[in-house]
Design a protein around this ligand. Structure first.
Ligand SMILES: *Cc1c(COP(=O)(O)O)cnc(C)c1O
Length: 384
């Protein structure tokens, strides 16, 4: 009877208002009603991306949008740099390798961020580079790369495009695509945008359009020029995820009601600090330092003396609290506490309280209430 509390870093819970917005009657995408929905939604999403560029909607998961960003700008044999600090950076590497790009991989240990200085040195030793691919928020480790600084370095050192995977953070963090000099910024519907999966968003800079026009990609369904030419008419080249666009339109209104993306990002920051303070108070280790900690997902190590798999299974079966495990080398080492989208400080207090209950079930040595108190303190301070 009681639904699980989904605290994964995607897919994420969906607010009732979005569900209601998505039960409207379906319309055809070749009608004036659709054009109105399309154009209004693009305008509403612009501030969330921090761009005045057209935002393209693909009826796909985030992966297809990443692939679109790659294959439209780069051809086989071209040199690219991919920054990877975890599973999703590796994902970008795989996409680039699949298409036979010459990949120069700037790899950091899982749990670390890539710094501007590291990128600068790497670029100074690389051949002429067509594009630099980077992950804004590394979902496997809970690291937010310093994208603004990284984009600046790329601009200073090369004339390569800056292509950013923002799938697990756009809608939950600040993004200033135009100001920061990002050329392509991609996200998906089912993470911080709190929608069901199946819609991805791609924003493209003027500079990137020039590269795309000269690149003559072989792709058909993911051809961004075709999306661009239809966007001029307020439409998409093929049937879009109309239902999800209704939802996205409403997401933007929810964010506006909160006070705009800055306020929404602020809430995510508070939740990050609450989770970190609680785990510190419970003597449960975090994977990452505070410096580049993600506002949307926190990677947490197993409590001392407790088998992680048993702990997560217990949390889910007894308390209906559902966390994601670790990926790749971090499988069995960490769990991932998603706090993005439709998630509030009250949800963090609930989750911390349930974690404490489970810790008692496992006879973990701690002061009951210490985590809740620490999280509350952060929350109360943020409301002052
Ligand atoms: C989830 C995720 C993806 C993949 O998105 P899909 O919708 O599953 O295709 C890509 N990058 C990052 C950073 C993600 O978190």
């Amino acid at each position: 009877m009681y639904e699980n509390i989904l605290r994964h870093p995607g897919p994420t819970p969906i607010p009732k208002r979005l569900e209601l917005a998505m039960c409207k009657h379906i319309i055809s995408h070749r009608t004036p009603e659709f054009v109105e929905l399309y154009q209004e939604t693009v305008n509403l999403v612009n501030p969330i991306f921090g761009t005045e560029q057209e935002i393209l909607f693909l009826p796909s998961g985030g992966t297809a949008a990443l692939e679109a960003a790659a294959v439209n700008t780069v051809s086989a044999g071209d040199n690219v740099v991919v920054i990877t600090v975890g599973a999703f950076g590796d994902y970008f590497v795989s996409i680039c390798e699949q298409h036979k790009f010459q990949v120069h991989k700037l790899e950091k240990a899982w749990g670390e961020a890539c710094t501007a200085q590291e990128l600068r040195e790497f670029l100074q030793h690389a051949p002429k580079i067509k594009a630099v691919f980077m992950t804004y928020n590394e979902t496997s480790t809970g690291i937010l790369n310093p994208i603004e600084e990284l984009a600046k370095v790329v601009r200073e050192e090369t004339d390569a495009l800056v292509i950013v995977d923002g799938v697990s953070c756009i809608g939950g963090v600040a993004a200033k695509m135009d100001e920061w000099g990002i050329d392509i910024l991609v996200t998906g519907s089912q993470k911080a945008l709190m929608l069901p999966p199946g819609l991805s968003l791609v924003a493209v800079s003027k500079r990137a359009w020039q590269v795309i026009e000269a690149n003559h990609t072989q792709t058909y369904y993911l051809n961004l020029l075709s999306y661009k030419s239809w966007a001029e008419k307020g439409m998409t080249p093929n049937t879009p995820a109309i239902t999800l666009l209704y939802g996205l339109n409403e997401v933007c209104k929810l964010i506006a009601e909160e006070g705009g993306i800055e306020q929404t990002a602020e809430r995510h920051d508070v939740m990050k600090n609450m989770v970190r303070a609680a785990m510190n108070a419970l003597n449960i280790e975090l994977l990452t330092d505070d410096a580049y900690a993600s506002p949307t997902i926190t990677a947490i190590k197993a409590p001392q003396g407790i088998a992680l798999g048993d702990f997560l299974a217990h949390l889910k079966s007894k308390y209906h609290l559902d966390f994601a495990g670790g990926l790749g080398p971090l499988q069995g080492e960490i769990f991932r506490f998603g706090h993005m989208g439709y998630c509030f400080p009250s949800d963090i207090l609930q989750a911390v309280s349930l974690i404490e209950a489970a810790l008692q079930d496992f006879n973990y040595d701690f002061t009951a209430g210490a985590g809740i108190l620490a999280a509350q303190k952060v929350f109360l301070k943020s409301t002052k």
